[in-house]
Design a protein around this ligand. Structure first.
Ligand code: PLP
Length: 394
């Protein structure tokens, strides 16, 4: 008889954002006239920009003509997009990455989840708490042991390793989802030195790098000396360019990383060529347009739009005397809710018809905190803030 992967028993019943969506659905079913504003899941509201749409249309038309039609592409992505990403790294982070270190994918979530294929189950996985839940869940599915390193107000939600910290695989997320905290170069250097000393690997999630406006903060871990010997970086066009529904991301696996005589880059290529059929040609042409000067400028406008929402949220919380962080180099605002975070979720939904995300869903250290996102429209964000202010001023 077939045997299931019993590690799935170790997962919580539902993925955090499915749980949030279910509670919103149930509330709506019980209160059909409620006009719920979602500042919860990190999905975008701005449409794809014109240069991207033009590129998608052009590529679609190419697919309908025999001479320009494309079938299976290279699983690791088309050279035209890898070269644009290589240039982007050079321009934005002053980092040199080789074309064959860049793997195009259908998004960071898949790559982050799939990358665990590279590692034995007998590894200690170090995960910051609170953080994006995919790191924990994908390792639990494989049956790996997870240890947590605690983020808190005292360390600015940016934990650093100590001499006694144990880790073989280290997840870092900067800018952090959910707290919005961003590691400095000096702090990342501490992690890189630690990983090199312990023979560990850093899986660095840079999905929100384009939201960093402070030029003194690193947008890539490869800005730090030694990182190309121990770190893999995951990036996404989901928030940078509104690709949450279009799907494209990229992962940089440096060729320098060799474990037990095996190149991690070659191993990932081997895995991808077997289990992944590549991102569609049409989508990769749309992604290429993101990295043109016109395309990038248009995406920057959407980012500026969201960051104005973040500023409005922070300003309202300040006026209400609610402690918060994030929202400056990240689209997430992390606030102290002063009660159990799921209770606060229910309270805000019930009393203001505003949905956010409970901090405890991101880890034990998130208990007592709450995440709001800047990804709704300006009008809906303003309306949500007016309702929250009215609730607090009642
Ligand atoms: N990493 C972080 C920290 C995220 O918050 C998200 C999406 O919310 C992802 C990765 C996934 O990005 P993608 O849409 O490219 O799969």
């Amino acid at each position: 008889m077939v045997k299931l992967n019993t590690n799935f028993r170790n997962l919580k019943e539902s993925y955090l954002f499915s749980g949030v969506a279910r509670r919103i659905r149930e509330f709506k079913a019980a209160n059909p006239s409620a006009d719920i504003i979602r500042l919860s899941i990190g999905d975008v509201t701005r449409p794809l920009t014109a240069p991207v749409v033009d590129a998608l249309v052009k590529a679609s038309k190419e697919m309908g003509v025999a001479e320009t039609f494309r079938g299976y592409g290279d699983e690791q992505g088309y050279g035209f997009l890898q070269l644009k990403i290589k240039e982007y790294y050079q321009k934005t982070a002053n980092v040199t990455v080789e074309q064959d270190e860049i793997f195009i994918s259908d998004g960071a979530k898949s790559d982050i989840g799939n990358f665990t294929d590279m590692f034995d189950t007998d590894n200690i996985v170090l995960v910051p708490d609170p953080v994006y839940p995919v790191y924990v869940d994908s390792n639990l599915m494989d049956g790996r042991k997870i240890v947590y390193i605690q983020g808190c107000e005292a360390n600015g939600f940016l934990p650093l390793p100590e001499e006694k910290t144990q880790a073989d695989i280290i997840y870092l997320c900067s800018p952090n989802n959910p707290t919005g905290a961003v590691y400095t170069r000096e702090q990342l250097k501490v992690w890189v030195d630690f990983a090199l000393k312990k023979g560990a690997i850093i899986l660095f999630d840079a999905a929100y790098e384009s939201f960093i406006s402070d030029s003194s903060l690193p947008r890539s871990i490869f800005e730090v000396e030694g990182a190309k010997d121990c770190a893999v970086e995951f990036c996404s066009l989901s928030k940078t360019a509104g690709f949450t529904g279009t799907r494209c991301g990229y992962t940089v696996v440096p060729k320098n990383i060799v474990v037990d005589g095996v190149s991690l880059n070659r191993m990932w290529l081997r895995r991808q060529t077997t289990k992944f059929n590549g991102t569609s040609y049409i989508v990769q042409r749309g992604a290429e347009a993101v990295f043109t000067s016109e395309g990038y400028a248009s995406c920057r406008q959407s980012i500026a739009y969201y960051m104005e929402n973040a500023r409005m949220i922070a300003s309202t919380l300040d006026k209400l005397g609610i402690w918060h962080t994030g929202g400056v180099n990240s689209p997430y605002i992390w606030l102290r809710c002063g009660m159990d975070s799921w209770d606060y979720f229910d309270y805000l939904l019930r009393e203001a018809n505003v949905a956010g995300t409970p901090g405890s869903g991101f880890g034990k250290c998130g208990e007592g905190y709450f995440r709001l996102t800047a990804f709704n429209t300006k009008e809906r964000t303003a309306e949500a803030l007016a309702r929250i202010a009215a609730l607090y001023n009642r």
